[in-house]
Write a protein of this length. Structure first.
Length: 359
């Protein structure tokens, strides 16, 4: 049942799953269909998205199972065990999601790193990400022996002191903030030498800067880390669950938005083409003021008696004479039966056809 913090976890997880999934799908379209160049950074981001789907599944299922609820709200111990199991799966997936996403962004930066010293900074970030992420994952996975003791809590096994877990989490969070801020701000320094317009540079800087927003989620999570030691574990750690999903979703989205520039150009070109076609169509359908007063026209004016008239033929046959008028010419009207020249009716050319209405 989704109530209280469980509902918040479910909603936040679903929102950021959709955001990250959409951006990665667009990234794959751009890299595979538009530029036709799928690199290692793209492959890593797809892998991070696959793991993020698993991480989100744990969050969605876990929130329904009871993550975010107080212990007093559970009816049976089996329900608590199920919720703890989904928490354990989720925290193990989270570390790999954010680690691989950072590696993907770092590899993307290597493409625009012109000087060797620029590449060194990126490699340092990648090394720190792996050096801290892997031990943190091992601690979370193996904190209890046997592993199932984490969710079963039977007392037959043992778990390491949660204070040690929190200390490792502090170290990991500090390193994650440093790496995220570096990946978010360092590209601003790198793109200054790129042969692109100033507007494009500002756009890229803004997109890369979204990585700082992801690191902000890490900063927000730090005050919640001591809650890992609380007895009411599932309820107290709901803030950690929410901030972790925000961090993973924003990190993947920021790393993918940078690659969508060709798609933006394609949409901009398409919009320009559509706009030109609409303007051409409008000019054809709606004549200008000059066309209304002096342009070509076809006149079938029934209010002018000379255009529609009945004549008597040799045997009483009835004829109708129709005149089509075009501008900028002198015209004369001829009698159908006698072909006698008539007066000038306008400064236009008149094309006349006489129809026998008796047949």
């Amino acid at each position: 049942m989704l109530v209280g913090r469980s509902k918040s976890i479910f909603v936040v997880t679903l929102i950021f799953l959709c955001i990250s999934l959409t951006t990665v799908a667009l990234r794959c379209y751009v890299r595979l269909r538009l530029v036709r160049r799928f690199g290692w950074d793209d492959a890593l981001m797809v892998l991070a998205m696959a793991l993020n789907i698993w991480f989100a599944t744990c969050g969605l299922t876990g929130s329904v199972a009871g993550i975010g609820r107080k212990l007093d709200d559970f009816d049976r111990p089996e329900e608590i065990e199920k919720a703890l199991f989904w928490w354990w799966l989720g925290q193990s997936a989270y570390v790999w999601v954010v680690t691989i996403a950072r590696l993907s962004i770092a590899m993307l930066l290597l493409r625009i790193a012109i000087r060797r010293r620029d590449s060194v900074v990126t490699y340092v970030v990648m090394s720190l990400t792996v050096a801290v992420g892997l031990p943190f994952w091992l601690v979370l996975m193996l904190q209890c022996q046997p592993v199932r003791e984490f969710w079963q809590r039977t007392g037959d096994g043992y778990c390491i002191d949660t204070e040690y877990i929190v200390d490792v989490a502090y170290l990991y969070s500090a390193t994650a903030c440093l790496c995220d801020f570096t990946l978010g701000l360092y590209p601003i320094y790198l793109i200054r030498d790129l042969q692109i317009t100033g507007r494009s540079k500002w756009a890229l800087a803004g997109i890369f800067g979204l990585g700082c927003v992801a690191s902000a989620a890490v900063v927000v999570r730090i005050p919640f880390l001591p809650n890992y030691m609380e007895t009411d574990f599932l309820y107290a750690t709901s803030g950690i669950a929410i901030s972790s999903n925000i961090e993973a979703g924003l990190g993947i989205a920021a790393g993918s938005l940078v690659t969508l520039r060709p798609l933006c150009h394609r949409l901009s070109s398409l919009n320009s083409i559509v706009g030109r076609n609409v303007r051409k169509l409008t000019s054809l359908v709606r004549p200008s003021n000059n066309d209304r007063s002096h342009g070509s026209q076809v006149a079938l004016d029934s209010s002018w008696p000379g255009n529609w008239r009945s004549d008597s033929g040799p045997e009483g046959a009835q004829f109708v004479s129709t005149t089509v008028t075009t501008p900028n010419a002198r015209a004369r009207r001829h009698e159908a039966e006698g072909l006698e020249e008539g007066e000038v009716i306008s400064s236009r050319i008149n094309v006349q056809r006489t129809f026998d209405m008796s047949r």
